[in-house]
Ligand binder design. Structure first.
Ligand code: PEP
Ligand code: MG
Length: 542
């Protein structure tokens, strides 16, 4: 039995087999070889295996997402056969007498850089593909297996760290819990775990080489503990705790259909945050009154090229239609910082959180923005959709956004495509937006406070930096005063204000938020009923 502690990002209990996810183990070393032919043969074998893997992925994708989306695996198969690519690998092995892993990794990097620097957008996007196939070849050469979720039984994922794009690609029905060595409580991966109701522990001092896939494990998000190879006694206790937890959840479920009203009659909207169409089920299951934050950037993650207008339109339309008249606030893409996407070619930045991110990308690259806006304006015809813009710092930015929206309207008019310009609001997540919230309130329809970033930028604490978790204090007076200030300014102009950052679900603050006059709290679906309980136990007019 091995017991370790970590930080819980979602409090829940799980028990099951471990699935060790080793992905960034690809630290390829350059070694000298004496037999070049043997290395070339290894490349051939790894390529053969890759072709079979890609064919299996293609077949699976055709069934699940259709031929068009599956085509990427065909492209990968073609790239694997590319003469220039293979010749570069062979040449390096022969002339430098180096190991196959090194030759493949270096060739992959070279080709990927070459594609990235091309003018043609299609070729640029191939940069990520060539990296992908090179990583696959290296994995095959090193004898590492693909994480195969299809045949995997529900498991506890144990990894060094997980990126948001890796997390969104996982088949959620197969994940009992996450346990990671690194990661911070405010990262998007942690947010995803909360959204999916999945017990998750981060910062667990594990040596992945000592844990094998299949080992039984208990994850206790309440105690912040993970126990590998638990004794029978621990298993029995865990089963009892899981049953009790289930009973508590059932009790919370009796709040479904009840109003979000305080003991003294104040009402508030409780909405849910989602990352994609697949999360709408959690929203309905937990009886949220609407969607207060649809992080649309998740549509851009975990793929090799931009989602088309049609793909986006279908996703937005599906969500608003399923929500059947309930409010759905879709945030325009917030790529950048920890949400990196290769095909955006954002390049290296010293301070990505203070960098080229979110609305800044949209204003600098209006073509990307316009595609999304067209999809949103078209989808607005099908339900109660609102648009929300992230990372706003000034009224000038909002005016520039409106000018682009006007261009999109003119284009849609010209093509006689039906659309509607819905309610448009902004996120209050920079200190600058709080300080000019009086002027911003005049321009927009609503505010939604992003406390995750507002805390990061106000306290000068990188939300991704696990060393700073102890300093990250969203209860800091400065944050609460800022929320109050934004609320007062919104209300002076007759606009509404919500909170969609993680703090909105902090039931220690529910009463205080209601006293500030916050009109809406948008929280992870799993927190909706807990917040409803806190609201129904609160008294505002004390
Ligand atoms: C926030 O910053 O609080 C927020 C809701 O946005 P995100 O967490 O996606 O940056
Ligand atoms: Mg944010």
């Amino acid at each position: 039995m091995l017991k370790l502690s970590g930080k819980a990002v979602y409090k829940g209990i799980a028990m099951g087999p471990v699935a060790v996810l080793k992905k960034d183990d690809q630290q390829v070393k350059r070694t000298k070889v004496t037999d070049a032919d043997a290395e070339l043969a290894r490349v051939g074998k790894a390529g053969e295996k890759a072709r079979m893997q890609l064919q299996a992925l293609y077949d699976k994708a055709v069934k699940e997402v259709g031929e068009a989306s599956a085509a990427i695996f065909e492209v990968h198969q073609m790239m694997l056969e590319d003469d220039d690519y293979l010749e570069s690998i062979h040449n390096m092995i022969r002339t430098e007498m180096v190991n196959a892993e090194y030759a493949v990794a270096v060739t992959g990097d070279n080709f990927s850089e070459m594609f990235a620097s091309m003018d043609d957008d299609y070729m640029k996007a191939r940069s990520a593909d060539v990296k992908d196939i090179s990583n696959r070849l290296v994995r095959n050469l090193m004898g590492q297996e693909d994480m195969d979720f299809t045949s995997m039984e529900p498991s506890v994922i144990v990894a060094d760290d997980l990126s948001p794009s890796e997390t969104v690609q996982m088949d959620k029905s197969k994940i009992l819990a996450f346990v990671t060595v690194h990661g911070s409580t405010n990262s998007h991966t942690s947010i995803l775990a909360r959204m999916m109701n999945i017990p998750a522990l981060i910062g667990v001092p594990l040596d992945l080489n000592e844990i094998s896939t299949g080992t039984k494990v208990v994850v206790d998000g309440f105690k912040g503990e993970v126990i590998f190879d638990p004794s029978e006694e621990v298993c029995a206790e865990t089963e009892k705790a899981m049953k009790e937890e289930e009973e508590k959840l059932q009790l919370l479920h009796t709040l479904k259909g009840k109003e979000n009203v305080t003991l003294d009659g104040h009402k508030v909207n409780i909405y849910a945050n989602i990352g994609g169409v697949g999360d709408v089920g959690y929203v309905l299951e937990n009886d949220a009154g609407g969607i207060g934050l649809f992080r649309s950037e998740f549509l851009y993650l975990g793929r090799n090229d931009f989602p088309t207008e049609e793909e986006q339109f279908q996703a937005y339309r599906q969500v608003v239609q399923t929500m059947a008249g309930k409010k759905v606030i879709i945030r325009t893409l917030d790529i950048g910082a920890d949400k990196q996407v290769d095909y955006f070619n954002l390049g290296q930045e010293d301070n990505p959180a203070l960098g080229y991110r979110a609305i800044r990308i949209c204003l600098k690259q209006p073509d990307i923005f316009k595609t999304q806006l067209r999809a949103l304006l078209r989808a607005a015809m099908f339900g109660n959709l609102s648009i929300m813009y992230p990372m706003i710092t000034s009224t000038e930015e909002v005016k520039k956004i409106y000018a682009i929206v006007d261009e999109v309207k003119a284009e849609l008019d010209e093509s006689q495509i039906p659309y509607k310009v819905p309610e448009q609001g902004i996120m209050i997540e920079t200190p600058a937006s709080v300080m000019v919230s009086d002027e911003l309130a005049e321009l927009v329809d609503f505010f939604s406070v992003g406390t995750n970033d507002l805390t990061q930028y106000t306290l000068a604490i990188d939300r991704q930096n696990e060393k700073l978790d102890d300093f990250y204090n969203p209860h800091h007076k400065a944050i609460l005063r800022m929320i109050r200030m934004a609320a007062e300014n919104a209300h002076k102009c007759g606009k509404w204000i919500g909170i969609c950052g993680e703090l909105g679900a902090d039931t220690e603050l529910t009463e205080e938020f209601l006293r500030m006059g916050i009109d809406e709290l948008s929280v992870s679906p799993s927190m909706v009923l807990k917040v409803r309980k806190a609201v129904r136990e609160a008294k505002i007019d004390k």
